[in-house]
Ligand binder design. Structure first.
Ligand SMILES: Nc1ncnc2c1ncn2[C@@H]1O[C@H](COP(=O)(O)OP(=O)(O)O)[C@@H](O)[C@H]1O
Ligand SMILES: [Mg+2]
Length: 287
């Protein structure tokens, strides 16, 4: 056998592509954005906001130029399409009625690199993508098993996701938490117990746990696990139901310089009055 001389630095992989998210806090927790070849799990009780966050992420990453596929097996593609349309600026009620103008508007403002799939296996959904978004792990279906049991299906789905991740795909998957897991998490936010989820949380590079507060107006995010960044501090999102989106909440930051204050408004009013007065005065003189 011939020994080949290698530099220790040959082992350093080139930095993975990073996908910036719509949220400064998540970008900060992931050292600049979610990296290619990682598995990120969004977990929480039903209604916590997992699907909403997944859809908003999908749209944002596709606008950035990534080929994004959303596999909608939980709520169905129709409900996710409505949310995507709302994010594009169309109204929910109009979209639900299949109003032609609402659909045109939604299509115009939805990037072509975004695809929404519903009736395909997880294996098919992982082809030709940069980012795969799965909603949800418990309802997706794998071709790789003939076993009917739910547990075996979930495990096969998780194997497919790990395969995609190994090929450099950024995988973002939602996973429903059971009541007991939720109680454990409420007691200790550093835990993400994984029963019934094919141990997905153990395989994940990052787990974001979502909990709704204030009757659903805000969503608290904790990071029970992260191999993507060192900072695991949580944050809060405010829901914008009209846009089906989550807006970052920054209670401690000072007023940004560009926001208008009452002083700006007063100044603007004075200028308007002065100009109107000058114009009227000139008109009166000209008569
Ligand atoms: N198209 C929509 N636009 C705005 N809000 C919606 C829409 N569909 C569902 N919601 C709201 O989102 C919340 C559920 O969030 P969701 O993302 O579906 O949670 P999860 O996926 O964790 O179950 C509910 O309060 C529901 O009323
Ligand atoms: Mg959901």
């Amino acid at each position: 056998m011939v020994a080949t001389r290698t530099s220790p630095y040959d082992y350093i992989q080139p930095a993975a592509r990073r996908y910036r998210t719509p949220w400064t806090s998540l970008n900060a927790r992931s050292r600049g954005g979610l990296p290619a070849g990682k598995l990120v799990v969004l977990t929480g009780m039903p209604g916590a906001g997992k699907t909403g966050v997944a859809v908003q992420l999908a749209r944002h990453l596709a606008i950035g130029g990534a080929r994004v596929t959303v596999l909608a097996t939980d709520e169905g593609a129709d409900a996710l399409a409505v949310r995507l349309g709302q994010l594009a600026g169309a109204e929910r009620a109009a979209l639900e009625k299949r109003d032609a103008r609402a659909l045109d508007l939604a299509m115009l403002y939805t990037p072509a690199t975004l695809s929404l799939l519903a009736d395909v296996s997880i294996e098919r959904a992982t082809v030709d993508v940069d980012v795969l978004i799965v909603d949800s792990i418990q309802t997706a279906r794998s071709e790789a098993t003939t076993t009917r049991g739910k547990r075996a299906q979930v495990e096969a789905v998780v194997r497919a996701l790990l395969g995609a991740k190994g090929r450099g795909v950024l995988v973002i998957a939602t996973s429903e938490m059971g009541r007991q897991e939720y109680r454990n998490l409420a007691k200790d936010p550093s835990l993400a117990s994984a029963k019934g989820s094919g141990d997905i949380e153990y395989q994940a590079d990052m787990v974001l746990a979502l909990v709704t507060r204030d009757g659903g107006r805000t969503v608290n995010v904790t990071i029970p696990k992260s191999r993507i960044g060192d900072d695991k501090t949580g944050w809060t999102w405010t829901r914008d139901p009209a846009r089906a989106s989550f807006v970052e909440h920054q209670p401690t930051s000072p007023t940004p310089a560009h926001t208008t204050t009452w002083r700006d408004d007063a100044r603007l009013t004075l200028w308007t009055l002065a100009i109107t007065g000058a114009v009227l005065g000139a008109a009166a003189l000209g008569k």
